[in-house]
Design a protein around this ligand. Structure first.
Ligand SMILES: C[S@@+](CC[C@H](N)C(=O)[O-])C[C@H]1O[C@@H](n2cnc3c(N)ncnc32)[C@H](O)[C@@H]1O
Length: 305
């Protein structure tokens, strides 16, 4: 163990006795993952068979249909199935948030921070490409990758908008559901990108953006609709503290049921001397050493009347 590793500040959050396993997992390469696109694939089981032919070590991912974990050195982005839009490459942990939205074909869904479009694509395919997904992104330079992915996957129910999600117009007819896959310090992506320590000032700025985005998403959704908040970071200041900024009469944070065999850590009730609203414990943190994924945080809120 490196006693100066900045991630050691999360030791109090880790399941007991797993700090060494956590730090070791952060150094290991991340497995790849792919899912079959049912909108392009006329015969999804045939695409599954071609994945298994190319990569017999492929193992099903528990939280998304026809999704598979592949060894870290696999290059599915170079397969013809990828070019043809039959499959999409997406990190395993990041597949879960879209699965938590209460989606039905024909719904209207807002994806407030959408580029490069992984979760937008999941939402649209889960609705059978029927209904409407508004994929909003603030950064102009990230729009082309978003549009490219949607086009390659053949999704026609998605409209792309560019703007600050904090100011997204409140629609006259509210959305059914919304996703806030917030910009964050990305501490959970060390297995892909290495660790870059963020300054305190940067963290504070992010937190106010994250709170603004979540508040806006809730205002855009009908009573009874779901709002999923997700980050790829461990820091409670970007996670539980953001959820705590939502008034309990605006939205409740619902319990999550992990798929069989998946190990989650609950949200923490307090951090840095601050006690959070009690239902933040219903959120979930995915530690990389527990399920061999990237690090992730997710919560599902339900808008109250
Ligand atoms: C975690 S990434 C989203 C990943 C995406 N949901 C996916 O699954 O492919 C966060 C995105 O939010 C964008 N962003 C940052 N600030 C924003 C804001 N104020 N409003 C909307 N988008 C923002 C970033 O440019 C980035 O593309």
């Amino acid at each position: 163990m490196n006693a100066t590793d900045p991630l050691l500040r999360y030791t109090p959050l880790l399941p007991d006795g797993t700090t060494d396993a956590f730090l070791a997992a952060c150094q290991r390469p991340l497995p790849r993952a792919v899912w079959v696109n049912p909108v392009r694939a006329d015969d999804p089981p045939a695409v599954v068979a071609s994945i298994l032919r190319r990569c017999p070590e492929a193992r099903p991912v528990p939280w998304w249909p026809h999704a598979f974990r592949l060894p870290a050195d696999t290059t599915p982005g170079a397969w013809i199935e990828h070019r043809l839009g039959l499959i999409h490459v997406q990190e395993e942990a990041t597949l879960w948030p879209a699965a938590l939205l209460d989606l039905a074909p024909g719904d209207r869904v807002l994806d407030l921070c959408a580029a490069p479009g992984n979760k937008t694509a999941q939402i649209a395919t889960r609705m059978g490409d029927r209904g409407l997904v508004v994929a909003n992104e603030k950064v102009r330079g990230r729009l082309s990758q978003l549009r490219y992915n949607l086009e390659r996957l053949g999704l026609s129910s998605v409209v792309v908008t560019r703007g600050d999600g904090n100011r997204f117009p409140i629609p006259a007819t509210p959305f059914d559901h919304a996703l806030v896959d917030a910009p964050c310090t990305c501490e959970g992506t060390t297995r892909k990108r290495g660790h870059r320590e963020a300054s305190d000032g940067f963290r504070r700025g992010l937190q106010s953006t994250q709170i603004g985005l979540l508040r806006r998403a809730i205002r855009c959704v009908r009573p009874g609709g779901t709002v999923v908040y997700a980050t790829c970071t461990y820091d409670p200041e970007e996670n539980e503290r953001v959820l705590d900024a939502i008034r309990p009469d605006e939205a409740v944070i619902e319990p999550l049921s992990p798929p069989d065999g998946v190990r989650l850590a609950p949200g923490v009730p307090a951090w840095g001397g601050r006690q959070f609203r009690p239902d933040v414990v219903n959120a979930a943190r995915l530690w990389p050493h527990l399920n061999d994924t990237g690090g992730f945080f997710v919560a599902r809120l339900r808008r109250l009347g």
